[in-house]
Design a protein around this ligand. Structure first.
Ligand code: R5P
Length: 301
């Protein structure tokens, strides 16, 4: 059974790496954005009877990347493939995974519905903000943990305590600390829901004094969570703070605040393309292509 991989525009570099690991070339596709921001796509490959994979990270600008994904799916479906799989190295809208206040929408579920309604048969994704999102899908979902790429590097550090930056991320940090048999500390973080990105209070629970505190998170956006956590951890006596997150969906300025913060190292993966101008010396980007390629390989062999 032959397979074709198409890529949206969000992370062409990662798509190329994944397809090269699989020994496939990327399918030809034309994606045009008109002056009014509407998008038009056209696939230029025969997909009839084939297994098709569409790789697209739903990173900033998320709506543009989501729309490209949906239109690509429609174009592919019209070519009568055997099966079509969405490969989302980063699932945007995942943080809107529940109704926080009366009157809000359940955005992570709306995205799931859109993915299903355009005809995807399966989803492969990495490090969802909350595994509960899996329950929004009727189609099968392969959920890959991106944190495994950091295990070896963390194992090489001395006197480590794993830190969860908020209660919502506890299970992820717990699994990570269990994998390495390391102690765990928790930061209690409260957000100001009336002001996006604003944190109202933070408190450390656990012993971090004299240790290398490794904060484990799913995504960095403004960098606010990590920087505030790092200040607090250093105040509590941590000798080094390493912040690791699977996804780096940096907004403008995140690179600067992280660079100038008490965070000593920032480790992320390349599930989201980070332009060179956002790189800084404390930042290390770990490759994720082989994890994603392995999940695809299981489906095409
Ligand atoms: C929050 O629940 C997430 O897991 C991240 O901690 C958060 O979204 C990171 O955002 P920022 O970098 O803007 O603080």
């Amino acid at each position: 059974m032959s397979s074709v991989i198409f890529s949206g525009n969000s992370n062409q570099h990662l798509s190329k790496e994944i397809s090269s690991i699989l020994g496939l070339s990327l399918g030809k596709v034309e994606i045009i954005h008109f002056a009014d921001s509407e998008c038009r796509v056209r696939i230029q490959e025969d997909v009839e009877g084939k297994d098709v994979f569409i790789i697209q990270s739903l990173s900033n600008p998320v709506d543009e990347h989501l729309m490209e994904l949906l239109l690509l799916a429609d174009a592919v479906k019209r070519g009568e493939p055997r099966k079509i799989t969405a490969v989302l190295p980063y699932y945007g809208y995942a943080r809107q995974d529940r109704i926080h206040r009366h009157g809000e929408c359940l955005s992570a579920q709306v995205v799931a519905k859109m993915i299903e309604v355009v005809g995807f048969d399966k989803l492969i994704t990495v490090e969802l903000h909350n595994e509960a999102i899996l329950g929004f899908f009727k189609i099968p979902v392969i959920h890959i943990s991106g944190l495994s790429v950091f295990l070896e590097a963390v194992n090489d550090l001395k006197d480590v305590v794993v830190v969860t930056p908020d209660a919502g991320a506890l299970k992820r940090a717990q699994n990570f600390s269990d994998d390495l048999n390391l102690p765990l500390a928790l930061i209690e973080k409260k957000r100001d829901l009336d002001h996006p990105h604003k944190i109202s209070s933070m408190k450390v629970v656990g012993d971090v004094a004299g240790k290398t505190a490794v904060i484990v998170d799913d995504v960095i956006v403004t960098g606010g969570t990590l920087v505030n956590a790092a200040f607090l951890l250093k105040q509590e006596g941590a000798k080094q703070v390493v912040a690791l997150a699977t996804h780096a969906d940096f907004v403008g300025g995140a690179d600067k605040i992280l660079k100038e913060s008490p965070v000593d190292k920032v480790w992320v993966t390349d599930t989201i393309h980070l332009p060179l101008k956002m790189h800084f010396s404390k930042l290390q980007i770990f490759p994720s292509a082989s994890l994603i390629a392995a999940a695809i390989r299981k489906m095409i062999k």
